[in-house]
Design a binder for this molecule. Structure first.
Ligand SMILES: Nc1nc2c(ncn2[C@@H]2O[C@H](COP(=O)(O)OP(=O)(O)OP(=O)(O)O)[C@@H](O)[C@H]2O)c(=O)[nH]1
Ligand SMILES: [Mg+2]
Ligand SMILES: [Zn+2]
Length: 248
């Protein structure tokens, strides 16, 4: 049953806040995970009302991939109903993912126009949440959209998401195919298309660093788990494991 719910997710709302807890590398991981699972990722940037200028957050999120939709909003207002409507059709399943305190349950409540899910204030010093939601919780809207609230993730390690990472960094993958050497590390090799593009200012060097890091991490995690070749997609495994992790 658990498996089925997770396997039917159509859209994941990846929730981050416009505050110091925002982290582009972490956001990229969630997007890669969703891409790998062939689930539509939608990035929701909450707490726009608490932030002087949400544009830098919006720009950073858009820079991840040009195939991802990004919405900036105040989860405590009426905005979620209209802004999330395109994905919340009858028969669809949507899931909210993200760190504790970013406003996942607040968004769920906004969709239901009443307090179905518990929420709690974040810590003042670092804007981190208090792990208010402790288990996965599925709600149904009156017109039959399934809404999955999840507990805040502490850490997100990527395993078996090579294709997802390649989707997110498709521009880099395309460039890399033009490097002179097949196994170019884009470091000191001659004829490196990625470094040339960087030289022309077309690629943010930080993005190359994040890509290298994700690919390395993915390879490491996947090889250490190679024998456990599961048919499950990583996203679904993750959704299922959140509950267990949070109990520990
Ligand atoms: N001003 C403002 N406050 C928000 C917004 N989104 C969430 N909050 C507040 O942030 C706090 C945390 O929200 P929750 O919805 O509990 O966060 P969560 O992501 O469900 O957290 P966990 O259940 O711990 O994973 C609450 O006090 C919310 O009222 C927003 O867009 N604007
Ligand atoms: Mg919650
Ligand atoms: Zn190269």
């Amino acid at each position: 049953m658990k498996q089925m719910i997770a396997a039917n997710v159509d859209t994941v709302f990846i929730v981050f806040s416009c505050n110091k807890d925002f982290n582009i590398a972490r956001l990229e991981r969630y997007v890669a995970l969703a891409c790998e699972a062939e689930v539509t990722p939608v990035i929701l940037l909450t707490k726009a009302d608490l932030c002087d200028d949400p544009i830098p957050y919006l720009d950073a999120a858009y820079a991840i991939s040009n195939s991802v939709v990004v919405e900036v909003l105040n989860a405590l207002s009426d905005e979620p109903i209209t802004k999330l409507a395109p994905w919340c059709h009858p028969g669809q399943t949507v899931a909210f993912l993200g760190s504790s305190g970013v406003g996942k349950s607040t968004l769920v409540n906004a969709l239901f126009r009443d307090g179905v899910a518990d929420t709690a204030a974040v810590r003042e010093d670092d804007s981190k949440g208090r792990h208010t939601t402790t288990r996965r919780q599925l709600y149904f809207t009156s017109d039959g959209c399934a809404v999955l609230d999840t507990p805040g993730m502490r850490e997100l390690q990527l395993t078996d998401v090579e294709a997802g990472i390649a989707d997110v960094f498709s521009d880099m993958v395309a460039l890399a195919s033009q490097c002179r050497f097949n196994d170019c590390k884009h470091a000191t090799e001659p004829g490196c298309a990625i470094r040339s593009a960087m030289g022309r200012g077309e690629i943010d060097p930080a993005r190359l660093t994040r890509w290298n890091k994700l690919v390395a991490e993915e390879r490491f995690n996947s090889s250490s788990l190679a024998e456990r070749k599961s048919a499950d997609k990583s996203l679904h495994k993750m959704i299922n494991s959140i509950q267990q992790k949070n109990r520990k």
